[in-house]
Design a protein around this ligand. Sequence first.
Ligand SMILES: [Zn+2]
Length: 278
Amino acid sequence: MIRRRSLATPTVRGHAGFAGAAGSPATPNGGRAGLAGATAFHWDVPGPYVVGFTTRTGGVSSGAYESLNLGILTDDDPVNVVENRRRACRETGADAETATMAWQHHGAEVRRAEPRGIVTPGTLFDRCDGLWSDEPDRAMMLLTADCLPVAVARSDDGEPALAILHVGWRGLLAGIIASGAEALGRGNLAAAIGPGIGPCCYEVGDEVAESFRRRFGSDVAPEGRLDLWSAAERALHEAGCAVVERTDLCTYCHPELFFSHRRDKGLTGRQGVVAYIG
Ligand SMILES: [Zn+2]
């Protein structure tokens, strides 16, 4: 197992604990070749936590959804999506029958995970953008296709607790990260930021850029581009995360690994994060 390190700014991120899966270790700089073929890569976090960030690899969907599309609210065949969700769960050891998802809407609400199951099309989920649990084996899944999948874990000696968050620009400004930390009772927390659109590709309008400069500092929105990774990292530190690990993998830049809503102009699938207390 080889640890990945942050790609963009490797000197300041410190320990970045991510490992490729499917017998395909990530390489220390770049990691693309190593991650090719991996259905998910795992956050190597202390404690009884299992957190996997999925790629688009290893599923059964085709065309724009090739291949591990986890999003059922697309034009993909729901039968394929269900099989893909089962595969993502198998990869991480999660129970798809009792896992839950969310009706994501770019807000700041975080709900306790209830065992709904994620393999029956039409299942209703809570309208929220974060899920948390302190119960063992209560798996949670959230979907992204440029937004950041974020995991936050309690890292002190107390009872384990884990949250996953869907973090786009709206949710970040609305306070989704603070909500996630509060759900875990604050204290000592560690966090991981999964793959999402990077400052290389994320063009935003003046209004969004200015909101981020005001909130997070002028350097998070240089020249019409938004560094959502760094803004999320700052929000996580503010919320009490002593350790924040970043994948720094841009979904737009890596069509072989990730779906990207912007790159594919909306006609695309969804990757995501699967997590539970083991
Ligand atoms: Zn990019």
